[in-house]
Ligand binder design. Structure first.
Ligand code: NDP
Length: 297
C-alpha cells in the first residue's frame, strides 16, 4: 500500500524562521544595530528583477535596512567593483548580494572575490566556502543548502547517519549542500551524483534522503526513489502551459505525482525549498549584523 506522504510546507517553516528573526532584529535594534542588506542588480533580466524585488520586500517586512542598487546593463566591471567597494565600507550594510546572472561583460567570480567575506551573505566567497569545508561556523553557508537543512530538521528527519544522495554538483546548491550535510554534528553519509554518473537511478534508490538540484523538470521518477525515502526538490523549472496566466508554470526536478506516493516526506514546487532560500538570506544578514557588533571598535 502506498505511503501517505507528508508534504513539507516550506512557507510555514519560513514563517517560523521569520518569527525568530523578528525577535533577534528587535534585540539588535535595541542595541543600536539595524541589520542592512544591499542587493545589486545589473541589467533588467525580468526573473532577476523579480528576485530582487522579493528580497527587498522581505527586508522591509522584517524591518531591515534595505538598499536596492539597480545598475544599467552596460555597467563595466570596474564600475561594479567600485560600487561593491563602497558597500564593503558602508557601516549600515551588513550583507551584500550581487544578483546572478550578471551581463556577459561582468566576471562574476571576480565580483564575488571582491566582496568583504564578512558581508558575503550568499556564502559564495572562497573564504566562506573554505570555512564550510573546514566546519568553521563563523562563515556564511549558501542560502539554498542552508534552507534544505532547515527543512529536514524542522520536518523531524533523522539526518545523522542517513544516506543522502544529492543530485547536482553546482557551487550554488549541490556541492555546498554536500559539504554541509557531511559536517561533524550533522553527520549524513553523502553521495553526490551529476551528469556523468553511471547508474544514477540505482544510486539514488539507495538513499534515505534524495535532494534533487539539477534543473531538469520532472527528472526524478519513481524508479529513482525507494519506498519510504524523503525527497527534497530544489528545482525551479518553467514548463509551457497554455492554460496558465503567464503561459508557463513552475515545476521541480521531481515528478511529484509518481514520487510522492513512495515518499514519507516530500517538498512541493512551489512552496518547498524556494521560500526557505530567501528566509536563509535574511537569517545570514542578521548573523552578519550580529558579527559586526563584535568586530566594531
Ligand atoms: P546548475 O545548472 O548550475 O547545475 C546543475 C547540476 O545538475 C550540475 O551539476 C549537472 O551536472 C547536474 N545535472 C544536470 N543534468 C543532469 C542529469 N540529466 N543527470 C544528472 N545530473 C545532471 O544548476 P543549479 O544548481 O544552479 O540549479 C539546479 C536547480 O535548482 C535549477 O532548477 C534551479 O532553478 C534550482 N534552484 C532553486 C533554488 C531555490 O531557491 N529553490 C535556488 C537555486 C537553484 P554537471 O556538473 O555534470 O554538468
Amino acid at each position: 500500500m502506498p505511503n501517505e506522504p507528508k508534504v513539507i510546507d516550506g512557507r510555514a517553516i519560513a514563517e517560523k524562521v521569520y518569527a525568530e528573526l523578528r525577535r533577534e532584529i528587535t534585540a539588535l535594534k535595541a542595541q543600536g544595530t539595524t541589520p542592512g542588506l544591499a542587493v545589486v542588480l545589473v541589467g533588467d533580466d525580468p526573473a532577476s528583477r523579480a528576485y530582487v524585488r522579493s528580497k527587498d520586500k522581505m527586508c522591509r517586512e522584517l524591518g531591515l535596512h534595505s538598499v536596492k542598487l539597480e545598475l544599467p546593463a552596460d555597467t563595466s566591471q570596474p564600475e561594479l567593483l567600485a560600487r561593491v567597494d563602497e558597500l564593503n565600507h558602508d557601516p549600515a550594510i551588513h550583507g551584500i548580494l550581487v544578483q546572478s546572472p550578471p551581463p556577459k561583460q561582468i566576471d562574476e567570480s571576480a565580483i564575488v572575490r571582491a566582496l568583504d567575506p564578512a558581508k558575503d551573505v550568499d556564502g559564495f566567497h572562497p573564504l566562506n566556502i573554505a570555512k564550510l569545508a573546514l566546519g568553521d561556523a563563523s562563515g556564511f553557508v549558501p542560502c539554498t543548502p542552508l534552507g534544505c537543512l532547515r527543512l529536514l530538521k524542522e520536518s523531524g528527519v533523522a539526518i545523522s547517519g542517513a544516506h543522502v544522495v544529492v543530485l547536482g554538483r553546482s557551487m550554488i546548491v549541490g556541492k555546498p549542500l554536500a559539504l554541509l550535510l557531511m559536517q561533524k554534528g550533522i553527520d549524513a553519509t553523502v553521495t553526490v551524483v551529476h551528469s556523468r554518473t553511471r547508474n544514477l537511478a540505482e544510486i539514488s534508490r539507495a538513499a534515505d534522503v534524495v535532494v534533487a538540484a539539477i534543473g531538469q523538470a520532472g527528472f526524478v521518477r519513481a524508479e529513482h526513489v525507494r519506498e519510504g525515502a524523503v525527497v527534497i526538490d530544489v528545482g525551479i523549472n518553467r514548463v509551457e502551459d497554455g492554460a496558465a496566466p503567464r503561459g508557463y508554470r513552475l515545476v521541480g526536478d521531481v515528478a511529484f505525482d509518481e514520487v510522492a506516493p513512495k515518499s514519507v516526506a516530500i517538498t512541493p514546487v512551489p512552496g518547498g525549498v524556494g521560500p526557505m532560500t530567501i528566509a536563509m538570506l535574511m537569517s545570514n544578514t542578521v548573523k552578519a549584523a550580529k558579527a559586526s557588533r563584535t568586530r566594531s571598535p
